[in-house]
Design a binder for this molecule. Structure first.
Ligand code: EPU
Length: 335
């Protein structure tokens, strides 16, 4: 474990932004983390897969790259398995591990960028599944007293792209591992339109979890840019949740607006659709812009500055507000 100085973070953020940190260290277990933190006086930034972050400037402090890995079986029955997974495992590798072992539940979440530790942080979700339904506990390191705390799923206060780690406990904990309960008997969730269509196109009538995973991989690859080729951080904005009145006002003018009723009576509106309607989809400004297949995704074509992408996001927020009266919120963390 060596603290390096003046390191480029370009390989460590999926936007591919070339910013520097004054100090950088990789930790591979809780003891190393503890040792580093007990001897640190610099401002801290914890990095997982770097897939939900927009660097607008260099970082003057210590970046800790969480490389705590490993998958351990905690409990097993004929029907279920409980796995403890290190926060530094690459999310999609974990999904593939589950599929290879026939552990069902995470297949709809295939190909989501980032590491396992980020999954509870923002309650990742796709194609009708949210990770909160699979997580039983989260193990986290308390940066204030160097102790380990176990959060139950309830204590995580999971919400749409949110958890206690992004809200009231922001900055207090480092997630070290996540405990998942998965099924040995698949209960497939394929009612999401795009998955049904893709399975049909693949000519599969009774899909396995591997088929569902492949369908999701096909859909994602066709709509979302591969961060290895074009820098991006997935959805840049959250889908806004609005009261019925606002939804009705939008629908009166644009009846085709995709909207999804929520349990509390409000409605989630597809931000990608709103942004597209404002004319942003596929718009390119020099070396950055809005992705051509999914307007929710901002991209760095190479060499862009984070501050330009941030300004672009501000312009998008303003135009959606002007046209629809809806406030868009960013999903990514701005540094
Ligand atoms: N749409 C448009 N134009 C666009 C993009 C979308 O009209 O440019 C429409 C689509 O046609 C569809 C609706 O908006 O009717 C929803 O689009 P999509 O199914 O692509 O999903 P999304 O709501 O835009 C969310 C997640 C994604 C996740 C997909 C699939 C958020 C912020 N994003 O996107 O997650 O992959 O659903 O379930 O909730 C991520 O968080 O990084 C991410 C990629």
């Amino acid at each position: 474990m060596e603290i390096q100085e003046n390191i480029s973070l370009k390989p460590y953020n999926t936007f591919g932004l070339d910013v520097f940190t004054s100090k950088f260290v990789e930790v591979s277990n809780v003891e190393e983390l503890q040792e580093i933190l007990m001897n640190n006086n610099d401002p801290l930034l914890i990095l997982g897969g770097g897939s939900n972050i927009l660097f607008t400037q260099n970082f003057n402090g210590l970046v800790i790259k969480n490389n705590i890995t490993g998958i351990t079986v905690l409990e097993e029955s004929n029907k279920e398995i409980v796995l403890k997974v290190g926060a530094g495992e690459v999310w999609h590798h974990f999904v593939l591990y589950c599929i290879d072992n026939n552990y069902a539940g995470v297949e709809n979440l295939s190909l989501i960028p980032g590491n396992v530790g980020a999954a509870p942080m923002q309650n990742i979700g796709a194609y009708g599944v949210e990770v909160k339904d699979l997580i039983t506990q989260v193990e986290a390191f308390d940066m204030r007293d160097y102790s380990i705390k176990i959060f139950t799923s309830l204590e995580c206060e999971f919400d749409y792209r949110s958890s206690v780690f992004k809200t009231s406990e922001k900055g207090n904990y480092i997630i070290t591992s996540v405990i998942f309960r998965l099924n040995k008997e698949a209960k497939l969730n394929i009612s999401y339109g795009a998955i049904e269509d893709e399975l049909e196109a693949m000519k599969i009538s009774s899909p396995s979890i591997k088929d569902v995973s492949n369908a999701v991989i096909n859909i994602r690859s066709s709509k979302l840019p591969d961060p290895k080729k074009i820098g991006n951080s997935g959805s840049f904005f959250k889908n806004p949740i609005v009261p019925t009145l606002v939804k009705d006002k939008i629908l009166a003018e644009y009846p085709e607006t995709p909207n999804y009723p929520q349990l509390d009576g409000s409605f989630k509106i597809a931000a990608g659709w709103l942004i597209e309607k404002c004319g942003w989809k596929g718009k390119r400004i020099n070396n950055y812009g809005v992705h051509e297949n999914q307007a929710l995704v901002l991209v760095n074509y190479g060499g862009a500055k984070g501050i330009d992408i941030l300004r672009l996001s501000e312009e998008i927020i303003k135009s959606v507000k002007d046209m629809f009266g809806v406030d868009l919120e960013r999903e990514v963390n701005i540094i």
